[in-house]
Design a protein around this ligand. Structure first.
Ligand code: DX5
Ligand code: ZN
Length: 226
């Protein structure tokens, strides 16, 4: 089985002290920083751009996983690479050329991910499997933190697991992930779990326990002892 990773979504961090809060959550045992970039066009909300991400890149050595909810996307890939992204993911729905976008991410020397909205079938990935390091299955409609997990994402995760079997591809899930559903999510095939509200709730003194609760539930779903 591919390694389990807990990826806090910094959308739920305290923006008034973003660097400090991201350092705290990573020091509390998280694995990967999940960076949600929204443009007010592809999704109905605006978050932040590459300069803000770059300003906090130094707070941890752990990977930065950039989830681009922007359209068009290709013109911004280079700047996110320059500001320290390790994995860059773009939505399949963000334009007519997702294949070209994945090629462009790989050409920058970064790992490439494709994101599927809840309304997009797993089969949309089929022609692009050779270009993928990561598949991100959205379990909410993107744009906001704190939404409820859409259960049909579990079927899509199982489909993606079958499609990617034997390949060097991680499967990520994003939206409404909690310690209560992480077991089912991991059992369905996700090995990277993004979580915003359920990691940042309670403030810094709760981060370690919040992360452990999700990790233990997911490990249980994978049949691993914790
Ligand atoms: C939604 C974002 C998610 C979101 C997750 O558009 O991509 O990463 O912040 O937040 P929670 O875990 O609160 O659903
Ligand atoms: Zn995200």
């Amino acid at each position: 089985m591919r390694p389990l990773k807990i990826c806090p979504s910094i959308l739920a961090a305290d923006f008034s002290k973003l660097g400090e809060d991201v350092r705290a959550v990573m020091n509390a045992g998280a694995d990967i920083v999940h960076v949600d970039v929204m443009d007010g066009h592809f999704v109905p909300n605006i978050s932040f751009g590459p300069a803000v991400m770059g300003s906090i890149r130094h707070v941890t050595d752990k990977p930065f996983d950039v989830h681009l909810m922007i359209s068009p996307v290709d013109a911004y890939l280079g700047e996110f690479a320059k500001q320290g992204a390790d994995i860059i993911s773009a939505h399949i729905e963000a334009g007519p050329h997702p294949h070209r976008t994945l090629q462009a991410i790989r050409a920058l020397g970064k790992k490439a991910g494709a994101v599927l909205n809840p309304g997009t079938p797993a089969s949309a990935l089929a022609p692009m499997l050779d270009l993928l390091d990561l598949v991100l299955v959205m379990s909410v409609n993107p744009g906001f933190g704190g939404q409820s997990f859409i259960p049909s994402a579990l079927d899509k995760l199982r489909e993606v697991r079958e499609m990617t079997r034997g390949r060097d591809i991680d499967i990520e899930v994003d939206g409404g992930v909690t310690a209560g559903n992480a077991g089912d999510i991991a059992a369905a095939g996700a090995n990277w779990l993004v979580a915003g509200s359920s990691v940042f709730k309670g403030g810094p003194q709760s981060y370690r326990a919040n992360i452990e609760a999700i990790r233990n539930a997911a490990a249980g779903g994978r049949g691993e002892s914790v």
